[in-house]
Design a protein around this ligand. Structure first.
Ligand code: DOR
Length: 391
């Protein structure tokens, strides 16, 4: 299969090219002379989401593996990392493989199912991690909740260091949540940076949202601690007022937080942009559920705010949404390189469009971005050379 005269952009390239794809892999890349026509769509490496909720098993009325996979490709994603706060909670490798196998059978996207870092996300017991062979799972997480007990968290750091599992931490100290969600995120982030240093372990901070947390993470990186972090599109697009205090955890913040997160993207403190795709029904939202159905709006929100807004180049955005998260998931994708998977997304950067939740493939229509005008429409998503979504 050939892609002729296409405008390819990845973390480093921005060129006209001919691509040859065979057996789902990029076989040849011929860079052409001449300037790409800015009216033409661009081809990017398909996105990888380090942080999504497909709600399957247990909450399939909100989302299931089919609707979640279709939503992913509609958003330009061909790989997702699924959080374990399902029913039952995913606390074993067997449960994780079961979800992964059902998604693989659909042949739409690749999925890794994360295993919880405490048993059933109850925050008390991490002994189940001891029985998982080293290196067999990339990540553990209790996403949706913080692990409040310091002793349990320290043990998780130690086990994960020995086994080469990466902690994906939801930083929220429940003691502060009722009255101060900024304190809740900051306090647990600071504790985990201390534990990271003490144990010599490593940690990935999920959905970082405060200036204090991102500053502390930058300092820790400068000291050489093994830390990484992600930021979500919604947290950089709207402040709390603009979002009309839409419920999400962590919450929408202030302009100074947004500025600090963007600076973190510019200077390399932020490793990845993750969606925290969190589909809910209108009833569950009305009853206070936190979350945004975000996987179908992620690229357009980021392109509009960050690239059109003059904060990042498209190369930098591709690095955050594709190259680095793919590498963190140990996937052979995320750039235009011979031998890498032919996972591409074709996007239109010229015509604005209006976000309409009723058009989402996700079962979750919960978004504070209804009616927003954005740029960066996903026209087509290609996985291993096959079209898996077309607008
Ligand atoms: O807003 C959120 N929703 N944040 C989380 O951490 C969990 C997620 C969910 O599962 O609904």
């Amino acid at each position: 299969m050939k892609f002729q005269n296409v405008h390819i952009i990845d973390d480093t390239l921005d060129a006209l090219a001919n691509l040859v794809v065979e057996n789902g892999l990029i076989q040849e890349i011929e860079i052409l002379d001449g300037r790409p026509d800015p009216a033409q769509p661009v081809l990017l490496p398909a996105f990888t989401d380090l942080h999504a909720h497909f709600r399957d098993p247990g909450f399939t009325y909100k989302e299931d593996v089919v609707s979640g996979s279709r939503a992913a490709v509609r958003g330009g994603y061909t790989a997702v990392n699924l959080m374990p706060n399902t029913l039952p909670v995913v606390s074993s490798v067997a449960q994780a493989r079961e979800v992964e196998d059902r998604i693989a059978a659909l042949n739409i996207i690749h999925a890794n199912q994360v295993v919880s870092m405490t048993l059933n996300e109850q925050g008390q017991d991490c002994s189940h991690l001891r029985s998982i062979p080293a290196g067999t799972i990339p990540f553990v997480s209790d996403d949706g909740k913080g692990v409040n007990r310091d002793d349990v968290m320290e043990e998780i750091f130690n086990i994960c260091k020995e086994k080469d599992f990466l902690i994906m931490a939801h930083e929220e100290d429940a003691r502060y949540s009722p009255q101060d969600l900024r304190m809740a995120e900051n306090a647990m982030t600071f504790r985990d940076l201390k534990l990271c240093e003490k144990t010599g372990g490593s940690i990935h901070f999920c959905h970082v949202s405060t200036i204090e947390a991102i500053t502390a993470i930058a300092e820790a990186k400068a000291k050489g601690l093994r830390v990484s972090c992600e930021v979500c599109p919604h947290h950089i697009y709207f402040n709390a007022e603009q979002a009309n205090y839409y419920r999400v955890a962590p919450p929408f913040r202030k302009d100074e937080d947004i500025e600090a997160l963007i600076k973190g993207m510019q200077d390399g403190t932020v490793d990845a942009i993750s969606t925290d795709h969190a589909p809910h029904t209108p009833e569950d939202k009305a009853n206070g559920a936190n979350g945004i159905s975000g996987i179908e709006t992620a690229f357009a929100l980021c392109y509009t705010k960050l690239v059109r807004g003059g904060h990042l180049t498209l190369n930098q955005l591709v690095k955050l949404m594709s190259t680095t998260p793919s590498a963190m998931m140990r996937l052979n994708k995320g750039a235009f390189k011979v031998g890498m998977k032919a996972d591409f997304v074709k996007v239109d950067l010229n015509e604005p469009y209006i976000i309409r939740a009723e058009e989402f493939a996700s079962r979750g229509k919960n978004t504070p971005f209804e009616g927003q005008q954005v740029w960066g429409n996903v026209l087509e998503t290609i996985r291993e050379g096959q079209t898996v979504y077309q607008a």
